[in-house]
Design a protein around this ligand. Structure first.
Ligand code: HEM
Length: 132
């Protein structure tokens, strides 16, 4: 087992990731600070939940389900039609912070690690998408 596999396992494998992402989108639907980014998504979040879960599976070192189901993934490309400034980036990360907090099986260091790692693509998206 290498470090990347251990992230996938620490996240609870696919069941745990799906729980985290479902929680993430529930928070996004409820948190006033996230209203704007929630509105960027379709009203039915089923596909959004599946896509982010499949992506995170591969990103955490588990099976590369996104590529299998949905094809190639370009992080900035799938967001480039959106206007993502610091506000939207921080709202996204805030939803993830609350979702991580609700995962009782996650250790504190793993929650912190996840948030730090997710801040990297979130910032990349902001750089590409601010002002679009
Ligand atoms: C920076 C703030 C972000 C905002 C505002 C944002 C917003 C969005 C929106 C509105 C969609 C389209 C959803 C849909 O049409 O179903 C989307 C798709 C997606 N996002 Fe983000 N996102 C952000 C950051 C991230 C990050 C950090 C990741 C990964 C770690 C990510 C992964 C994805 C994935 C996998 C999809 C599905 C792409 C597809 O196949 O359509 N997003 N995002």
């Amino acid at each position: 087992m290498n470090l990347r596999d251990s992230s996938y396992i620490a996240a609870g494998e696919m069941n745990g990731i799906e729980q985290l992402v479902t929680c993430f989108y529930t928070v996004m639907s409820e948190l006033p600070e996230a209203a704007k980014i929630r509105d960027m998504h379709p009203s039915d979040l089923t596909t959004s939940i599946d896509k982010l879960s499949c992506f995170l599976s591969g990103w955490l070192g588990g099976p590369r389900l996104y590529a299998e189901k949905y094809g190639a993934f370009g992080m900035p490309q799938v967001h480039k039609h959106l206007n993502v400034t610091e506000l939207e980036r921080d709202a996204w990360l805030l939803c993830m912070f609350h979702a991580l907090e609700q995962q009782l099986s996650y250790t504190e260091p793993f929650k912190k690690y996840m948030l730090r790692q997710l801040a990297i693509p979130a910032e990349r998206i902001r750089l590409v998408c601010s002002g679009s």
